[in-house]
Design a protein around this ligand. Structure first.
Ligand code: TRP
Length: 329
């Protein structure tokens, strides 16, 4: 069975954008792959080092988000990044093999730097792709299911691995070179029409939102601004709600666009239809969530067991790595 590794930074609860972009896919992939889910609490520090208590609380939130959508704890290995010594060690070793310039030119780093408004970039933030290479390779993952924005990081990881093997492999492959498994689902836009649904943007529907919260949020979503009266024909192309129908109500999407264009449905009714759809998607997740929220100790055990398994694998990797690098006495 091939191994996949993917995961999330523990900086807050996950939302529908995460669901559409990755969680949904994870649930399918777990059937076919040995699935490793990283709770990236160390990487979370790169942007949230001033809010360690948020990161700590988010470990449970993100773990429960993952479990609530159907990741099966008996099947997957969900682990906490900070518990895996091999990741920290590999990060240090890999850091010698990466030029500062290549990190500076990493397109995702560049975008994030502008987005977060860093004028004085930390060493840790600049270097997170190196640590991510360690996340992926300590367990010899074959594939990394990610969205487009993470592609430069996978490329970086591959480069590091090639360099490592060339330098220390003596003709052998010490570290496995991972491949990206790109998800081709379009990015979900925010309730405000912003091109991205984001935790920090205040435009998200969370997997943990109640049905009342979903109703309220959908009611606040931006529609076609030129559709002023109920009798005005609308333009679904510029309507957030229509994009959500496309994502969550695929079978009725065309029909709803037609009704909008001919003004045979109003925005309020269209939003009610959408809320119902989203709430029926979320209903089974809410049940699982309620179960785990009541059983934090079980969630903790799942993460600790996953971390133990990850450590067994990581320790083996480090033996081989250190031997190859002549780090022993
Ligand atoms: N950087 C990823 C994100 O922000 C999270 C992550 C950390 C990750 N380590 C990883 C994803 C390893 C894939 C593989 O979404």
């Amino acid at each position: 069975m091939k191994r996949i590794l993917t995961g999330d930074r523990t900086t807050g609860r996950l939302h529908l954008g995460h669901y559409v972009g990755s969680l949904q896919n994870r649930v399918k992939l777990q059937e076919e792959y040995d699935t490793f889910i990283i709770l990236a609490d160390v990487q979370a520090l790169t942007t949230h080092f001033e809010r360690p208590e948020l990161i700590n609380k988010s470990i449970y939130d993100v773990a429960i988000d993952n479990l609530s959508v159907g990741l099966n704890p008996n099947r997957i290995t969900m682990f906490l990044q900070s518990k895996i010594g091999a990741i920290a060690e590999l990060t240090v070793f890999y850091s010698m093999l990466v030029s500062v310039n290549s990190l500076r030119h990493n397109p995702t780093i560049k975008t994030e730097v502008t987005q977060y408004g860093y004028d004085d970039l930390s060493y840790g933030f600049l270097g997170y792709p190196v640590s991510q290479a360690a996340d992926i390779t300590f367990c010899s993952a074959d594939l990394v299911p990610v969205g487009e924005d993470q592609l430069p990081h996978i490329e970086q990881a591959r480069k590091i691995v090639r360099r490592f093997n060339d330098l220390y492999g003596n003709g052998k492959i010490i570290i496995k070179q991972p491949d990206a498994l790109i998800s081709n689902t379009p990015r979900l836009i925010g309730l405000d029409g912003n091109s991205k649904m984001g935790k920090s943007l205040g435009n998200a529907i969370y997997l943990s939102d109640t049905s009342e919260e979903v109703n309220l949020k959908v009611r606040s979503a931006i529609t076609d601004k030129n559709r002023i009266k109920r009798t005005d024909p609308g333009n679904p192309e510029v309507c957030t709600v229509s994009k959500y129908h496309e994502a969550f109500n695929c079978s009725e999407y065309q029909n709803i666009c037609e009704m909008c264009r001919s003004a045979s449905i109003g925005c309020a009714a269209c939003k009610t239809l959408l809320s119902k759809k989203i709430n029926s998607l979320l209903a089974p997740f809410r049940e699982k969530r309620a179960y785990y929220e009541e059983r934090k100790a079980e969630v903790r055990d799942i993460i600790l067991a996953g971390s133990n398994r990850a450590n067994l694998i990581g320790n083996e990797t480090m033996e081989v790595v250190k031997k190859a690098m002549s780090i022993y006495m």
